[in-house]
Design a protein around this ligand. Structure first.
Ligand SMILES: [Cu+2]
Length: 672
C-alpha cells in the first residue's frame, strides 16, 4: 500500500515537466518505482509483467527477476531458487501465510499453490533481513493478493498457446467505504510441451523403466482449477479486517524429471487479518493475523512402464499431506526519533507421507512405509526492530529475532525407532542495515544479517528403504547464515542501475549427499555462498526502453572442498522495447553461461550455456488489452542446469527436462 501511494505522489511531482505522457506510460512509471523505492537488495514483479508473459505459474514468472532461477520438473510447478538458495532456505509466502508443498520430491512447491490471478505484486527480499518470519536464511518471496477498488470491478483474462495450453481467469469485486467483496476463478490446462528437437518432454526417458507408457506420451500435462473469495470490512476509517479463502484442484500433473506423476493436489487456504492505523499517538500500526492451510497430494507411477508388471495399477505410490496453522501480532510504535517494530508469531506445521511399493519384500509387497512419519513442528518467535533516521540522508535499521521450535513425529519408521521421536531447538538472529543517500540520485546500502532455520521434517525423519535408501538425520543442527550485503543504485527519471553483492558464511548448511554405497542422506556441512546481481533500465528518446540484467551465485562446500550442488550458472537478459503507452513491441535476448561448478558426490553433470530470443507485442484500447508473443524464436534445444534429478536416485542417467522449443501465445484481457 505504501508503495502505491509513493508512486502516485512521484507521478504528481513529475507532472509539471514530463507531463501527461509520463503519467500514461506504465514503463516510465515502473522505472520511477523501481529506481526510487526499492532498496538495492529488494526486487519486485508487477502483475503487468506477469500478464504479458506466457508464464504458467508464479515460479516461471519470477524467472525474469534478478537473482531468481527455477527448478523445472515438468510443464508447470516450477520451484523457485533465490541466489542459489532453495527449498526451506527461503520463505515463499502469500500475504504472509506459510504454505508448504506436500510432496517429498517437491512436485508441488509453495508457489504452485496459488494462481497468479489472485496476486497484485510479489516482493523479493534477498538475504536474512526479514524479522517478521522464521527461517528464510536466503531471503523471502512474498506474494500480495489483489485489493478490490471502489464500486464494481472485474477482469477476464484468456490465454491460448502452443501445446494446447489454456490459461483463463475471471475476477469480480465490489467495494464501498465500509466493505468490499472479491471473487475469482482460474482454469489452466496444457498438453505436453515439446523441446527444440521436436520431441515431447515425456519422450526423454528412453528405455528406462520410468519411461511413459505409450498411451501416456501425449496425455495432458496438467489441469488446474482454482477458486477464491475475500471479504473486507472497514469498521472505522483507520481499521480494516479481511477474511479470504482459496481452493485449488490440480489433476494429472506430469513430472518427467521424476519417477512418478501426480494424480491430484488439493489445496485449501484460509486467511484472516485485522489492521488498525494510529489507534493512539504512539502506536502507528497494529496488525493481527491468523491462517490455516492444507495440501493433499497423491502420486504414483501408473503412467510409467514400471507399473505394468505389478499386481496393482502402480508399482509405487505416495499419499502425502501437509497442514499449517499460524497466528501473528505485529505493532509499529513511534519511539524517540524512530520507529520500533515488535511482534510475535506462532505456527504449527504437520507433514505426513506414506509410501507403498511393489518391491519391498516378495512375501509382502505394498508394505506401508512411513516415509515422513506424521511430523509436527511448533514454532514460536518474537522480534524487535528499530528504524532510526540519522539526519536526512542516512537510515539505520536493526533488529533481533528469537525462535523456539519443537519437532515431534507421531508415527514410527526406522529413524524414530533408533533416534527417538522428538527434537527441540532455540535460535536467534538479527541484522543491521545502513542506507545512505550521498546525493539525490544515489543510494548505497550495507547490511549484515544473521539468520537461522531449523531442519525440516523431511531432512530430519524421512526414511525410504531402497537402492539407495533415502534417509533423513534426526541429529541435524539448524542452519546458520552470517551474510554481508552491499548494494549501490543510481536512479533518475529515465534511468536506473542497481548492483548488489552478497557473501554468506553458512554453518551447518543441510546438504544432500551420497553417504554410503546405498545410502543418500541429509548432512550438515559448512559452506559459503556468494554472488552478485546487476539490473538496469533506460528510457531512450522515441519511446524506446532498454533493460539489462545479470545474476550470478556460487556455492562452495568448504568441508568437502567442492561446489555445492544445484547452483544456477551466470544468467542474464537484454531487452529492447518500444512502448508509447497504447501499444508496445519487445525483443528479449536471454542467456545462461555454461555451469562447470558441479558436485561430483551427486554425479552432477556440467550443463552447456545457451541463448534464446523472445518476441512479444501488445496493445490496449480502453478496457481491452491484447498480447501476443513467440518464445524461443529460433527453436533452440537447450537445458537449464537445475532441471534434472541428481544421483544417486537418477541411477547415473539423469532425466534432464529440456526447455520448451519455439512456442506461441495469445492473451486477451478485459478490465471492467
Ligand atoms: Cu509427489
Amino acid at each position: 500500500m505504501k508503495r502505491v501511494v509513493i508512486a502516485a505522489a512521484l507521478l504528481a511531482l513529475g507532472g509539471t515537466d514530463a507531463g501527461t505522457t509520463r503519467a500514461e506510460n506504465l514503463q516510465l512509471e515502473e522505472i520511477v518505482i523501481k529506481g526510487e523505492q526499492e532498496s538495492p537488495r529488494e526486487e519486485s514483479l508487477t502483475i503487468r509483467e506477469v500478464r504479458e508473459s506466457p508464464a504458467r505459474d508464479m515460479g516461471e514468472a519470477l524467472k525474469r527477476v534478478e537473482g531468481i532461477s527455477v527448478v523445472r520438473k515438468g510443464a508447470i510447478a516450477n520451484d523457485v531458487v533465490l541466489r542459489g538458495f532453495q527449498k526451506d532456505n527461503i520463505n515463499v509466502l502469500v500475504d504472509g501465510v506459510r504454505i508448504y508443498g506436500a510432496c517429498p520430491s517437491r512436485m508441488d512447491p509453495p508457489a504452485f499453490h496459488y494462481d497468479f490471478a489472485e496476486i497484485e505484486q510479489v516482493t523479493v527480499v534477498k538475504g536474512p533481513y526479514d524479522l517478521e518470519n522464521p527461517g528464510g536464511v536466503g531471503g523471502v518471496i512474498d506474494a500480495r493478493t489483489r485489493k478490490p477498488a471502489q464500486g464494481f470491478g472485474g477482469e477476464f483474462t484468456g490465454s491460448y498457446g502452443s501445446y494446447d495450453s489454456v490459461n483463463t481467469s475471471l475476477t469480480g469485486s465490489y467495494g464501498t467505504d465500509r466493505y468490499d467483496i472479491l471473487g475469482g476463478y482460474a482454469f489452466k490446462y496444457s498438453g505436453v510441451p515439446e523441446s527444440g528437437d521436436g520431441r515431447k518432454i515425456t519422450e526423454i526417458l528412453g528405455t528406462s523403466p520410468n519411461r511413459y507408457r505409450p498411451e501416456a506420451l501425449d496425455s495432458r500435462a496438467y489441469l488446474i482449477n482454482t477458486g477464491w473469495f475475500r471479504v473486507g470490512l472497514n469498521p472505522a476509517a483507520n481499521a480494516r479486517t479481511e477474511l479470504g479463502y482459496s481452493h485449488q484442484d490440480a489433476d494429472h500433473v506430469l513430472y518427467p524429471y521424476l519417477k512418478m506423476d501426480a494424480e491430484y493436489d488439493r489445496t485449501d487456504r484460509l486467511n484472516w487479518s485485522w489492521r488498525v492505523a494510529y489507534p493512539s499517538p504512539v502506536v502507528r500500526e497494529l496488525k493481527l493475523q491468523a491462517y490455516w492451510d492444507r495440501v493433499s497430494h497423491l502420486m504414483n507411477d501408473r503412467l510409467r512402464a514400471s507399473s505394468t508388471t505389478t499386481a496393482r495399477p502402480y508399482s509405487m505410490q505416495t499419499d502425502a499431506r501437509t497442514q499449517v496453522a499460524g497466528a501473528r501480532v505485529n505493532t509499529r510504535l513511534k519511539v524517540g526519533p524512530g520507529t520500533l517494530i515488535t511482534g510475535a508469531d506462532y505456527y504449527n506445521r504437520n507433514w505426513d507421507a506414506r509410501n507403498v511399493r511393489a518391491m519391498y519384500t516378495t512375501a509382502s509387497p505394498y508394505t506401508l512405509q512411513n516415509m515422513i512419519p506424521d511430523v509436527y513442528v511448533d514454532n514460536f518467535g518474537v522480534y524487535l526492530g528499530y528504524e532510526l533516521p540519522l539526519g536526512e540522508r542516512v537510515t539505520l535499521k536493526t533488529g533481533m529475532r528469537g525462535d523456539l521450535t519443537w519437532v515431534n513425529a507421531d508415527r514410527t519408521n526406522a529413524l524414530t525407532t533408533s533416534f527417538g521421536k522428538g527434537r527441540d531447538y532455540g535460535e536467534f538472529g538479527g541484522n543491521l542495515q545502513l542506507t545512505w543517500l550521498p546525493v539525490k540520485e544515489v543510494e548505497l546500502f550495507a547490511g549484515f544479517g544473521r539468520g537461522s532455520r531449523t531442519p525440516d521434517p523431511q531432512e530430519l525423519y524421512i526414511h525410504l528403504p531402497g537402492t539407495p535408501t533415502w534417509s533423513g538425520d534426526p541429529g541435524l543442527r539448524p542452519t546458520l547464515n552470517h551474510q554481508f550485503d552491499v548494494g549501490a543504485k543510481y536512479a533518475n527519471e529515465r534511468f536506473y542501475v542497481n548492483a548488489a553483492m552478497f557473501y554468506g558464511i553458512l554453518q551447518d548448511y543441510v546438504n544432500f549427499e551420497q553417504a554410503g554405497p546405498s545410502l543418500k542422506r541429509y548432512m550438515n556441512v559448512n559452506a559459503t555462498m556468494w554472488g552478485a546481481e546487476l539490473g538496469s533500465q533506460l528510457a531512450l528518446p522515441f519511446d524506446l526502453f532498454i533493460r539489462g540484467a545479470l545474476s550470478y551465485a556460487e556455492g562452495e562446500n568448504t568441508d568437502g572442498h567442492r561446489p555445492l550442488s544445484e547452483i544456477p550458472p551466470l544468467k542474464g537478459l537484454l531487452s529492447v522495447r518500444y512502448d508509447n503507452g497504447t501499444w508496445f513491441a519487445e525483443a528479449v535476448q536471454n542467456f545462461a553461461a555454461r555451469q562447470d561448478r558441479v558436485d561430483p558426490n551427486l554425479n552432477e553433470q556440467e550443463t552447456a550455456g545457451w541463448m534464446t530470443t523472445d518476441l512479444k507485442a501488445g496493445a490496449s484500447a480502453g478496457a481491452l488489452s491484447v498480447y501476443a508473443g513467440i518464445d524461443n524464436l529460433l527453436d533452440k534445444f537447450y537445458y537449464s542446469h537445475l532441471s534434472y534429478l541428481r544421483d544417486p536416485f537418477a541411477g547415473g542417467v539423469g532425466f534432464k527436462v529440456p526447455e520448451n522449443g519455439r512456442n506461441f501465445y495469445l492473451t486477451v484481457a478485459y478490465r471492467f
